[in-house]
Design a protein. Structure first.
Length: 224
């Protein structure tokens, strides 16, 4: 029938219109999801807490090690065969050098906070140099004891002097390495460790080593 043919033609046109509209590409703006995903995948700067926690754990472990040595020192001192060792005078000079390095490292951090990179690097180099002078001074102290025929195996008191100074010197050498790392590393990538944070964490360790040496020196001095 003619009327039926017209209706069929209209239905076909409607179906074609629906199919054509469904095939159109989505409107622009779908890239926003991709941009958001890229932002989510972008690495974030590490939290300073992880570095503070790491240095705190390191300090605690070192402290426990030296407390064990100090306990053994006090117990052995109360026994027989203890012959006091006269401390070389250079160790007191070394102490002054190490305490001065604590002052210079803090001045260096203040220069860094003030964006004075030249002043920071100058004071940081001085701190590193003072640390090296301290280590060389400890070697001189050992040589002075050897010149007096005082060796590691001479008696328990001399053994503890060599053990204390060698163990502390080894850990301080690690601090010198950290100072050199902060001084010469290029801190350009903001998503990683910053120079200010590295200097802060290194200063914590350095101050701890200074305080530990004062404690060990007092222990050795009282041991005499």
């Amino acid at each position: 029938m003619p009327g039926t043919q017209v209706v069929d033609d209209d239905i076909e046109l409607i179906i074609e219109d629906i199919g054509g509209s469904g095939g159109n590409p989505p409107p622009p703006g779908g890239g926003d999801d991709e941009g958001d995903g890229e932002k989510r995948r972008r690495p974030k700067p590490p939290s300073p807490r992880r570095y503070h926690t790491g240095i705190a754990l390191g300090i605690v472990s070192i402290l426990m090690f030296f407390m064990a040595l100090a306990s053994a020192f006090l117990l052995r001192k109360a026994g027989d065969g203890w012959v006091p060792v006269r401390l070389p005078s250079v160790v007191f000079f070394n102490t002054a050098v190490l305490l001065a390095s604590s002052a210079t490292i803090e001045m260096a951090r203040r220069r860094l906070a003030a964006s004075d990179m030249h002043g920071f690097k100058t004071l940081w180099r001085i701190t590193t140099g003072l640390g090296v002078v301290f280590l060389l001074g400890q070697i001189i102290a050992w040589r002075q004891l050897v010149a007096q025929s005082v060796y590691v195996s001479s008696n328990p008191a001399s053994s503890f002097f060599y053990i204390f100074t060698a163990a502390h010197g080894l850990h301080l050498l690690g601090g010198v390495a950290a100072l050199l790392y902060v001084l010469f590393r290029a801190f350009e990538d903001k998503t990683k460790l910053s120079r200010a944070l590295a200097a802060e964490v290194t200063s914590y360790y350095w101050h701890f080593m200074d305080g530990l040496w004062v404690f060990l020196l007092a222990l050795l001095y009282l041991g005499n």
